[in-house]
Design a protein around this ligand. Sequence first.
Ligand SMILES: *[C@@H]1O[C@H](CO)[C@@H](O)[C@H](O)[C@H]1NC(C)=O
Ligand SMILES: *[C@@H]1O[C@H](CO)[C@@H](O)[C@H](O)[C@H]1NC(C)=O
Ligand SMILES: *[C@@H]1O[C@H](CO)[C@@H](O)[C@H](O)[C@H]1NC(C)=O
Length: 328
Amino acid sequence: MYPNAIFVGFALVSTTVAQTPYGLTWNFNSSNFFDNFNFVEAPDSAFTNGFAKYVSQDKAESNGLATIADSKVRLGVDTTNNYAASSTGRESVRLQSRESFDNGLLVADFAHIPVSGCGMWPAFWIYQGETSSSYSEIDIIENVNGESRNSHSFYTSEKCTVNRVIPDVSERTEDCTYDREPGQGCSYMAHEGTFNQGFNDNYSIVATQIESDGIKIWYFNEDEVPEDLRWDNPAPQDWSVEPSLHITPDDCDFDRAWRLFHIVINITFCGGWAGDIGGVWNNPGTLGEKSCAAQTGQVSCKAWVGENPGDFEDTYFEFNSIKLFQRS
Ligand SMILES: *[C@@H]1O[C@H](CO)[C@@H](O)[C@H](O)[C@H]1NC(C)=O
Ligand SMILES: *[C@@H]1O[C@H](CO)[C@@H](O)[C@H](O)[C@H]1NC(C)=O
Ligand SMILES: *[C@@H]1O[C@H](CO)[C@@H](O)[C@H](O)[C@H]1NC(C)=O
C-alpha cells in the first residue's frame, strides 16, 4: 500500500507541473501592426456579397481608414461620402495576418469595437482558406446591426463534433463540420453585453485558447485582467474568471480540425447576414428589438448604408495590441 500511495502522489504532482508555460510568439501593436498584415484590395462582393469596397493600404492610410495614434491602431470605414446602392459599396478595410499559427492563446486587446445602428457587419476572426484541401474558421468578434451579444462560429473541413461545456445554449448543432451541409458549422452566442457598445462599456480583452483538449474564449474587463497576462506570462489554468465559451472534442481531432489560422479583420455592410436579401434587415433583433427596416424606415440596406455616412463614425476597430502566446 505505502509505495503505491507514494507513487500515486508523485504521478499527480508530475501531471500538474507537466504543462509547459506559455511564451510570447507575436506582439502586434502600434509599432509594427501594418508590417504584420496585408491589406486585401477587393470588393466584399467577392467574399460575402457585402456592400463594402476594401481599399489598399496606401488609400486606407491617406483616407484615414487605417491610422495609428496614441499607441493605438484604428481600422474604420469611410464616414463622409455617399454611395449609390448600385455601387460596390462603402469604402472599408480587410486585413489579413502574413503569418499563421496552429494553436496557443490569442489575446486581442481592444480599445474599441465597431458600434452602429443598422447595416454594419464587422468581424475579427481567424481562418485558413489558402489551401483547398482543408478549412478552419473561428469567429472571435462578429455580429451585425444593433445586436448586443457576440456570436462565435466554428467551421472545419474535418469530421468534427464537439462537447459544449459553456455556454448552455447554442444556435446550431455541435457538429462543426463545414462541408456536411454548406454554411453550417457550430455557433454559440456569448453572454449579453459582448457586442456593440456594451462591449466597449465593459470589456477590453478577448482571449481565445486553442489546444488539442479544448477551445475557450474569455472576456476581461480592465479590473479582471489576470496579473500573469499583464506580465505576458499567462497561465489560463489558474485564472479565476470563467470563460464565456468552452468546447472540447467529441468525435474530433482538434489538432487537425483547427490550424493554420490567419487573423482577419474586416468590416462589411449588408450582405448575406446584415442585409435585406437573405439577411436579417427585416427581422427583429435576437432580444426582440425593432428590425433595421423598422428603425430606419428604409427597405433597402444598401440604400441606408450608402446615404448615411455619418451613421458609421463609431464603426471602427481600435487595437492596443494582438498577442499570441504558445507553449514551446
Ligand atoms: C510593441 O511590440 C514590440 C514588438 O513585439 C515590442 O518590442 C514593444 O515593446 C511593444 N510595445 C508596447 C507598448 O507594448
Ligand atoms: C470577411 O471576409 C470573409 C471572406 O474572407 C467573409 O466570409 C466574411 O463574411 C467577411 N466578413 C465581414 C464582416 O466582412
Ligand atoms: C461587465 O462584465 C462583468 C464581467 O464579465 C459582468 O459580470 C457584468 O455583468 C458586465 N456588466 C455589463 C453592464 O454588461
